[in-house]
Design a binder for this molecule. Structure first.
Ligand code: NI
Length: 137
């Protein structure tokens, strides 16, 4: 088993807000991340794929194909959007970095399997100091 990684970037805004709570409780839990008009990040998405090396290509999976999958399935849908309102596959989900990682996994994992490889990790860097890793369970 060998691991390959591809990084893509996207810029988006979000608001951390639970609509079943009062504004006060939202502020207690989420602080200024619950401010009404949201805030933005330059996110980095790092996708790690694992598999065996194909002896004919020397690749686990063609990184150009992995880039295309990430762009068409994820980045094209989330870049320069409001993650609370604009993204069909995030409807009804609080767009925390954790929930983004889970949603991206659900979409990318089957698409990568179609290329004979396996999704190993979704890593999302939200700020210099805050990031999330998800391994599918
Ligand atoms: Ni944020």
């Amino acid at each position: 088993m060998i691991y390959i990684q591809r990084r893509e970037n996207f810029s988006a805004s979000h608001r951390l807000y639970n609509s079943s709570w009062t504004n006060e409780k939202n502020f207690d839990i989420f602080g200024k991340c619950s401010n009404k008009n949201g805030h933005g990040h330059n996110f980095q998405l790092i996708v790690t794929v694992k598999g065996n090396v194909n002896p004919e290509t020397g690749f686990v999976m063609n990184l150009a194909d992995l880039k295309s999958l990430i762009m068409s399935n994820i980045i094209d849908h989330v870049d320069h959007t409001n993650l609370n309102d604009d993204v069909e596959f995030l409807k009804g989900i609080i767009p925390s970095t954790e929930n983004l990682a889970i949603a991206f996994w659900e979409i990318l994992s089957p698409a990568i399997n179609d290329h004979g490889a396996y999704l190993h990790c979704i890593r999302i860097i939200e700020t210099e100091n805050n990031s999330v890793e998800y391994f599918g369970k």
